[in-house]
Design a protein around this ligand. Structure first.
Ligand SMILES: C[S@@+](CC[C@H](N)C(=O)[O-])C[C@H]1O[C@@H](n2cnc3c(N)ncnc32)[C@H](O)[C@@H]1O
Length: 177
């Protein structure tokens, strides 16, 4: 198989693993309780939901984690556009919980306008990186999208949110650089 063919095969993989150092930095900030899309080989949290349980069939997470916990999702990469269905479902299931998601950048696409921009509070764009298990840097850019947990927004939503952003940006800045 030529280089082009190998790259296409790599791009079509759906189980791109988040690099540990990137996840660890995010986890220091958010202390994730649940990985919404994982297998026992690539889970980022002890609590995870796998393909056989199928996150798309869930109606609630109430028996799985607390109302103010933070949830992590790096959804399966679907070249047919199916990634958006996972993000939409994760936002619905998250409710009052915090949600942080790692997704391919598609700023000009309709689903970003309809789902990502309204659904998340903050979006950061790290430098392009290599996924876990991949041989090279990814062939696409990614965004880290953050929806704050309601517990972090209850006191005085605007003031609290700006405090959180200032506090966390300090910790997140080396993810961007
Ligand atoms: C991009 S990988 C993420 C791996 C790891 N959790 C991480 O963050 O690096 C996506 C994972 O979603 C799992 N998956 C696929 N379909 C799923 C579904 N319907 N419900 C839950 N997990 C699913 C795949 O098995 C794969 O391990």
């Amino acid at each position: 198989m030529g280089k082009q063919g190998k790259n296409v095969t790599e791009t079509r993989r759906e189980d791109w693993g988040t690099p540990d150092d990137l996840f660890d930095k995010l986890n220091d900030v958010f202390d994730f309780k649940l990985d919404l899309c994982a297998s026992k080989h690539n889970k980022k949290c002890d609590l995870f939901i796998g393909e056989d349980q199928d996150i798309m069939s869930f109606g609630t997470l109430d028996n799985i984690c607390g109302q103010s916990d933070y949830i992590w999702i790096n959804p399966p990469y679907k070249s047919n556009g199916g990634t958006k269905d996972f993000v939409k479902k994760a936002l619905e299931l998250s409710g009052s919980r915090g949600l942080v998601c790692l997704i391919p950048v598609a700023t000009g696409n309709k689903w970003w306008a309809e789902i990502v921009y309204p659904g998340f509070d903050s979006i950061i764009f790290p430098r392009r990186f290599g996924f876990k298990g991949g041989k090279n840097k990814s062939m696409f850019d990614c965004a880290i999208c953050i929806k704050w947990s309601n517990k972090d927004l209850t006191v005085d939503p605007i003031e609290k949110q700006s405090q959180l952003i200032v506090k966390n940006i300090g910790q997140l800045v080396d993810i961007i650089n």
